[in-house]
Design a protein around this ligand. Structure first.
Ligand code: S3P
Length: 453
């Protein structure tokens, strides 16, 4: 069942022992969503192992079932899909419940828009605040009609046209979700749909479409951007997908290990796509002791094993703004590393953080301040001054850190509580189920002390 705001579960994080072990980090969220969507569309059998069974991905599975895909989970954790073919999605009887998941919503709006059906998308209090115009505008150009609340907020009802028009669209924001929504709609269009991106964003849609037998053309442009095209009305062929561990989830135990002296952990089978690995490049520049081994390619994606050893004190750095898309989800946990580092860490170009599961800039700034960290927030920037010692944490009897239905804010402050002088309480750990259902147990097995408050 999906959580509601009334089911809050406050958690407290107190000083950890050194972290040790080789835990299995759950499957990559972006790849898991796409595997279910493409498997639910492809002709023939798709087998998925290592699927992330977090609430966000389960929303995608349920929505695809509502539209006619056969999706089965076996007891050994393997998933199997039998898809409906391009144009074969049926109109759902009930609204599609998207929970907390922006990726499910935006990618499915593209997929559904390419079908001559009507569907309504609903979600939780966080998702209902997030902007959907970024996908509505290009999809309208393709012929999809929408009814939405002001600013393109959920609930949104879309109706796909009888014949979808291919478009060429330059992305106004660096967003893999918007790129993917247009390409997925383009799978149904008569002709070639092209998305132009100025800054490279995660390319799992392109990689996985190829794995399902679709030709994806990528052209480098003179202005440094790329044009990505698909030609519609060609069926996907069922495939075998092995989902690697999610580098965005792995970043939480990684930073916890780096800031807790004496820690040594091994994270095997981690996705290391260079459009996702910005956090690791940044941590290494800060002096982190991270070693990659066994680098290989699994099912069209680069994967490696990572060995992480507590570092001598990390040092503050300026994060290059052009790196932002490759670590867009990792600024909350990077801010925790920065708060424990010696020197100033400057992060700029963060405007997209304001429209994630929460306003992440504000939530991190408020939370860090409450924990005694010296920091400043700008419109699209965060600057954190560390003196190399552990931050204070929360004083007794102050209100818990507000997490605003945001899994990554929740996990970040639980990680800070593993080193801070005073324990840290967060108001709600429930949203962690959206992306990392085993987080608490996994971290406690490594050596942390996370408990219900
Ligand atoms: C995602 C893209 C990113 C990211 C999100 C997953 C994806 O969103 O923040 O967690 O799977 O395509 P944007 O495209 O909005 O940057």
């Amino acid at each position: 069942m999906l959580m509601t705001h009334s089911e809050r579960t406050p958690y407290i994080s107190s000083k950890a022992k050194p972290l040790t072990g080789s835990p299995v980090i759950p499957g990559d969220k972006s790849i898991s969503h796409r595997a279910l969507m493409f498997g639910g569309l492809a002709i023939g059998k798709t087998t998925i192992t290592g699927l992330l069974e977090g609430e966000d991905v389960l929303c995608t599975a349920e929505a695809m079932r509502q539209m006619g895909a056969t999706i089965t989970r076996f007891d050994d954790g393997t998933w199997e899909c039998h898809g409906v073919g391009i144009g074969g999605l049926k109109e759902p009887e009930a609204a599609l419940e998207m929970g907390n998941s922006g990726t499910s919503t935006r990618l499915l709006m593209g997929l559904v828009g390419g079908h001559n059906i009507t569907a309504t998308f609903i979600g939780d209090a966080s998702l209902t605040k997030r902007p959907m115009n970024r996908v509505i505008i290009p999809l309208e150009q393709m012929g999809v009609t929408f009814q939405a609340r002001e600013g393109g907020r959920l609930p949104v009802t879309s109706t796909g046209p009888k014949t979808l028009m291919p478009i060429e669209y330059r992305l106004p924001v660096a967003s893999a979700q918007v790129k993917s929504a247009i390409l997925l709609a383009g799978l149904s269009a008569m002709g070639k749909t092209t998305v132009i991106e100025e800054k490279p964003t995660r390319d799992h849609t392109e990689n996985m479409l190829r794995h399902f037998g679709i030709e994806v053309e990528v052209k480098d442009l003179e202005d440094g951007g790329q044009a990505i095209s698909v030609t519609g009305q060609k069926d996907l062929k069922g495939a075998t997908i092995i989902v690697p561990s999610d580098p965005s989830s792995a970043a939480f135990p990684t930073v916890a290990a780096l800031i807790n002296q004496g820690s040594e952990i091994m994270l095997e089978n981690t996705l290391m796509n260079d459009r996702r690995s910005g956090i690791y490049d940044t941590l290494i520049e800060m002096g982190a002791d991270i070693t990659y081994s066994n680098e290989r390619n699994d099912g069209g994606e680069p994967v490696c094993d990572m060995y992480i050893k507590a570092s001598q004190t990390l040092k503050g750095i300026t994060v290059p703004a052009e790196r932002v898309p490759s670590m867009i989800d990792e600024f909350p946990i990077l801010s925790i590393a920065a708060a424990c580092a010696k020197g100033t860490t400057i992060m700029t170009g963060l405007e997209e953080l304001r429209v994630k599961e929460s306003d992440r800039l504000l939530m991190m700034y408020n939370g860090l301040k409450a924990c005694g960290v010296d920091c400043e927030m700008g419109e699209d920037s965060l600057t954190i001054h560390g003196d190399g010692s552990a931050p204070l944490g929360l004083n007794k009897n102050v209100t818990p850190i507000e997490t605003a239905l945001d899994h990554r804010i929740a996990m970040s402050f639980l990680v800070l509580g593993t080193v801070s002088k005073n324990p840290i309480t967060i108001d709600d750990a429930a949203p962690i189920r959206t992306s990392f259902p085993d987080f608490i147990d996994l971290m406690n097995t490594l050596g942390t002390d996370l408990k219900p408050a």
